[in-house]
Design a protein around this ligand. Structure first.
Ligand code: 13P
Length: 256
C-alpha cells in the first residue's frame, strides 16, 4: 500500500502565497513511487494550482465540499465543480464538526457525493479530550466511522481513506498534547476491527488509515511505523516548507 502525506493548509495562505509555496515544494520534492503527497489549499487556489501542479509528484485535495451537485445552496462548492481539479477531499475534519456544526449525517452525504464524483474522500474521525477522559473514545470512533460510511458499498470502500485525528492532539487545540504511538495503535486497531465487522477482513486491511495531530519531522518516523498507519495528515508543519519536505523524506525512508 502507498504511504500518504497530506498537507492540510486550513485557512492559511492567499492564492498568491499558495502558488509560491507550491512552486517551491515542486522544486524540492522528487517523484516518489509509493509515497502519495497531497496538498489541500484554500478552495480559491484549487483552480490555479490545478494548472500549476505536477501530478506525477503530488495531488490536490479540497478541504471541504457540499453534498449536492448543484442548486440553491448559496456559498457552497460542489464535488461536481471540483471534478477534474482535485483527486481528494478532506471530509468531516474536527474543525468542521465542532466549529461549523457538521454532523455524521451531513458527513455521510458528503462522502457519498465525493465517491459519486470520483473524488477520494479522506474521512476524518477523532474524539475530543473530554470524550477520551470519559472513556468514550471507542464509541465516538465507531459512531463517526459507521456514520460517515453509511451507504458506502464494499466496492466503494476501496475508494475511501480514513484519517484518525484526535482533537486533543491537534496543534491549534487549547492545551493540545501529542498522541503517543501506543494511543494511536489502539484506535487504529479499533478502526480496522470496525471496518472488518462491516466489510470483511480484506477490505479492512486494504483501507488506508492516516494519523493526524501535531505531526512534525521529529515524530513523523515514529507515527509512520505504528502498526496499521498508512500515512499522515499534517496541519501546521505542512505550512513550513522545510518541515513538510522533511516529513516527505521520512516517509520515503520508512517506505524503503
Ligand atoms: P496540526 O498538524 O497543526 O496539529 O493539525 C492537524 C490537522 O488538523 C490536520 O488536518
Amino acid at each position: 500500500m502507498k504511504t500518504y502525506i497530506v498537507g492540510n493548509w486550513k485557512l492559511n495562505f492567499t492564492v498568491g502565497e499558495s502558488s509560491i509555496y507550491l512552486h517551491k515544494l515542486l522544486k524540492k520534492v522528487p517523484i516518489i513511487r509509493d509515497v502519495e503527497v497531497v496538498v489541500a489549499p484554500t478552495a480559491l487556489a484549487l483552480q490555479p494550482l490545478s494548472l500549476q501542479i505536477d501530478r506525477h509528484k503530488m495531488k490536490l485535495a479540497a478541504q471541504n465540499a457540499f453534498y449536492r451537485d448543484y442548486g440553491a445552496f448559496t456559498g457552497e462548492i460542489s464535488f461536481e465543480q471540483l471534478r477534474g481539479l482535485v483527486d481528494y477531499c478532506i471530509i468531516g475534519h474536527s474543525e468542521r464538526r465542532h466549529i461549523l456544526g457538521e454532523d455524521d449525517k451531513m458527513i455521510q452525504k458528503k462522502v457519498a457525493a465525493a465517491i459519486r464524483n470520483k473524488i477520494t474522500p479522506i474521512l476524518c474521525i477523532g474524539e475530543t479530550e473530554s470524550e477520551r477522559s470519559f472513556g468514550e473514545t471507542a464509541d465516538v470512533i465507531r459512531d463517526q466511522l459507521i456514520g460517515g460510511l453509511t451507504d458506502v458499498s464494499e466496492e466503494d470502500l476501496g475508494k475511501v481513506i480514513i484519517a484518525y485525528e484526535p482533537v486533543w492532539a491537534i496543534s491549534s487545540t487549547k492545551a493540545s498534547k501529542p498522541a503517543t504511538p501506543d494511543e494511536i495503535a489502539e484506535v487504529v486497531k479499533l478502526i480496522r476491527e470496525t471496518l472488518k465487522e462491516t466489510y470483511g477482513a480484506k477490505v479492512a486491511e486494504e483501507t488506508p488509515v492516516l494519523f493526524g495531530g501535531s505531526v512534525n519531522p521529529s515524530n513523523a518516523g515514529a507515527y509512520l511505523t505504528v502498526p496499521g498507519v498508512n500515512g499522515l495528515l499534517v496541519g501546521g508543519a505542512s505550512l513550513i516548507l522545510g518541515e513538510f519536505t522533511d516529513i516527505i523524506d521520512i516517509a520515503k525512508r520508512v517506505k524503503s
